[in-house]
Design a protein around this ligand. Structure first.
Ligand code: IFM
Length: 438
């Protein structure tokens, strides 16, 4: 199957030193749940609890990646280096040792301190092979899904624990940055990856809608951006999401806001708000998560949705990158995750022709190129995800990979999107979008 060849008329170029990558996460691909002395983690516990993950799926085997290398991480990094690929390593992508959870997990300060010790150990072990470190992936999701809604591990539903987790995840990030820099002076580049969601009010928002926009933006974005970039929690956030003062020890905000080497942006979809009645919802509407009266969230009919129900809105990526260019001038940005689930299947010819994902990536890469042209300091892009994998509470039912995994045989099949992405990387440019998609 052929894909569009970039680099021709109208192609949008990327800077010469742009980084291209594909992201995965340990629990989602490694398997080997109890290999080599590994103790249980919160996701082992959660996925083995009946009713928590669709279909009863677990990460016990996943893509079996761990068993495909001895001395797994060193071997993996050496193989990547051998292929001219520089790894960026994430220290925490949602899977905490169960022993730390038993002490309170991210709801207690001790976990942030243990995390810094772990960062130092990992940097000692792998610092000769890794220079770019992401401390924590999507702390917003950890706090909201793991500690407030309980739909992710550790399955806690407790507002106070979630607010505490927010602070300790950020503090853990700050302490880990210090540990990384101490372990690999002058060599470690440290950042964090945030899931960011533009909150949009098309047209003229009435006063309550504009108020809801401010609160929703504070809850989802500023609650993490402001402490990291400006050393303070945002006043506009809902009070129950804000860590209480008693948890914030002197010096914490300085630790959290120490300069980053880069900021990772995970972008999937925005939030749309309009005036409406949460008690009498129309089709496609949901109560606004900020809880303010007279406002609903909705999904514009003009936008496609992925099988996750997430809106496809590449302009949102552009908006987020330009907002950061303004809010954190000069800070290097990486898109550390972007991609979509699709209904992938192996065709009679043995190929996986994921045209929806090709279209999704094409539009989002074009948005990224436009953002660079308009001033965003975007240094790289990592597609989510390299492989189909364990999609948390959805189990194996949702496929995000550019490489198909047959979980019965562990056979891998690069999809059409993998070829499209390889073409983009080779050309260091994304082909012009068809007029209809602009
Ligand atoms: O699979 C997840 C990933 O682990 C974190 N960010 C969002 C992805 C898709 O849901």
């Amino acid at each position: 199957m052929t894909t569009a060849v970039p680099g021709t008329d109208g192609a949008l170029p990327f800077p010469d030193d742009f980084t291209w990558g594909a992201a995965t996460a340990a629990y989602q691909i490694e398997g080997a749940a109890d290999a080599d002395g590994k103790g249980p983690s919160v996701w082992d516990t959660f996925s083995h609890t009946p009713g928590k993950v669709r279909g009863g799926d677990t990460g016990d085997i996943a893509c079996d990646a761990y068993h495909r290398g001895l001395d797994y991480y060193r071997a993996l990094l050496d193989k990547l280096a051998g292929r001219g690929i520089a790894a960026a390593a994430t220290l925490y992508h949602w899977d905490l040792p169960q022993a730390l959870q038993d002490e309170g997990g991210w709801a207690v300060r001790g976990t942030a301190e243990r995390f810094a010790e772990y960062a130092a150990i990992v940097a000692e072990a792998l610092g000769d092979r890794v220079t770019r470190w992401i401390t924590v992936n999507e702390p917003q999701v950890v706090a909201s899904h793991g500690y407030r809604a309980g739909t992710h591990a550790p399955g806690v539903r407790d507002l106070a624990a979630a607010a505490a987790a927010t602070h300790h995840l950020l503090l853990g990030h700050g302490l880990a940055v210090q540990a990384l820099r101490a372990a690999a002076p002058g060599r470690a580049e440290a950042g964090i990856a945030l899931d960011l969601h533009p909150v949009l009010v098309p047209g003229d928002g009435a006063a309550p809608v504009e108020q809801a926009r401010l609160v929703t933006d504070a809850d989802l974005n500023a609650l993490f951006l402001d402490p990291l970039l400006h050393g303070a929690y945002p006043d506009a956030a809902q009070p129950h999401l804000l860590p209480p003062d008693v948890l914030v020890a002197p010096g914490d905000m300085e630790t959290i806001s120490q300069p980053l080497d880069f900021l990772g942006v995970n972008y999937y979809s925005p939030v749309y708000l309009r005036a409406g009645d949460p008690g009498d919802l129309r089709r496609g509407e949901e109560p606004a998560r900020c809880g303010l009266p007279g406002v609903v969230e909705y999904r514009p009919d003009s936008l496609e949705r992925t099988p996750m129900g997430w809106l496809v809105d590449p302009d949102g990526l552009y908006d987020v990158l330009l907002r950061l260019a303004k809010d954190a001038p000069g800070l290097a940005l990486y898109v550390t995750e972007n991609g979509c689930a699709a209904e992938d299947y192996v065709g009679p010819d043995g190929a996986v022709n994921d045209i929806e994902r090709v279209s999704y990536l094409h539009k989002h890469l074009a948005a990224a190129a436009r953002a660079i042209r308009d001033g965003a300091n975007l240094a790289g892009y990592y597609v989510w995800s390299l492989l189909d994998n364990f999609e948390w509470a959805w189990g194996y039912q949702k496929r995000f990979g550019i490489v198909f995994v047959d979980f019965g045989t562990q056979r891998r099949i690069p999809k059409a999107s993998a070829r499209f992405y390889a073409d983009v990387i080779r050309a260091n440019a994304v082909p012009a979008l068809p007029r209809s998609a602009r």
